[in-house]
Design a protein around this ligand. Structure first.
Ligand code: HPA
Length: 275
């Protein structure tokens, strides 16, 4: 597996520093159907991924493939309108690459959002869910073979993949705003096919509440970079086999639009309070 060199991370960061006149406090990764939030940034500077050295291109539906830097709720942030997935043919390190670049720019927090399937039968389509933890049984992480010469130690703790205080704050905000906010374990599956009903039963038996095709590689990289993380999923469909209906790509994007108001309310208030 080809790995990036420390120099390449620095080249990406130096390029972005030449374009962005501030130090971002957080990186916001906006998942399928959730990229609209980047359009709400003030004084926005938009940089297509294709212009950033060593970045890949977004090919997934609903992923515009650009980095937007600007102010959200008065805080300087970087927002990714689209991410890189393993199912697009990218390696775990490529999927997580922008996270370390954001860390080099000074971002101390990562807000990682995603569309996901609801495995927990108590959940409903359209629910927002805080990620309490994740399970990844299918892929090596982004740091396998990582060139640590320019960076940090190889082994590190993953006892708090998602920051406890951030989760508590998000829950308080949701309560105040009357937004239903679930909490659960995210189970990573590489896709691009949706899961089989048998896989979903297995995931439930193994403790998964949500299932999705992203998030974990970015989370690992963020923790490696000592960033504080918030994981937020939107349940765009009940996972395979729960309802008697085939899963489609369209419902993922449609539910994103429907949840736009509460999703952006929650994130904006979180950003103004947490950062
Ligand atoms: N499975 C995996 N990823 C997803 C799903 C799902 O059911 N819904 C949205 N992303």
């Amino acid at each position: 597996m080809a790995n990036f060199k420390p120099q390449e991370y620095h080249e990406s960061a130096e390029f972005l520093k030449s374009k962005i006149p501030f130090v971002p406090e957080a990186l916001l990764i906006l998942g399928s159907g959730l990229g609209f939030l980047a359009d709400e940034l003030e004084n926005a500077i938009t940089i297509p991924y294709g212009e950033i050295p060593h970045f890949k291109n977004s090919t997934a539906p609903g992923h515009k493939g650009r980095l937007v830097a600007g102010k959200l709720s008065g805080k300087n942030v970087l927002a990714m309108q689209g991410r890189f997935h393993i199912y697009e043919g990218y390696s775990p390190e490529e999927a997580a690459y922008p996270v370390r670049v954001a860390s080099l720019l000074g971002a101390g927090s990562a807000i990682i959002t995603c569309a996901c399937g609801g495995v927990n039968k108590d959940y409903n389509v359209g629910d927002l869910a805080l990620l309490t933890d994740y399970v990844n049984l299918t892929h090596p992480g982004p740091l396998v073979g990582f060139d640590i010469s320019g960076f940090d130690a190889r082994f590190f703790d993953m006892g708090s993949a998602y920051d406890k205080n951030y989760r508590a704050l998000a829950k308080t905000i949701a309560e105040e705003k009357g937004i239903t906010l679930r909490e659960g374990v995210y189970f990573y599956m590489p896709g691009p096919q949706f899961e089989t009903p048998a896989e979903i039963r297995a995931i439930r038996a193994l403790g998964g509440d949500l299932v999705g095709m992203s998030v974990v590689h970015e989370t690992i990289m963020a923790r490696r970079c000592n960033m504080r993380t918030l994981g937020l999923g939107l349940v765009t469909n009940m996972a395979a086999g729960i309802l008697d209906a085939p899963l489609t790509e369209d419902e993922v994007l449609v539910e994103g639009q429907k949840a736009a108001k509460k999703f952006s309310e929650l994130i904006k208030t979180f950003v103004s309070t947490a950062l």
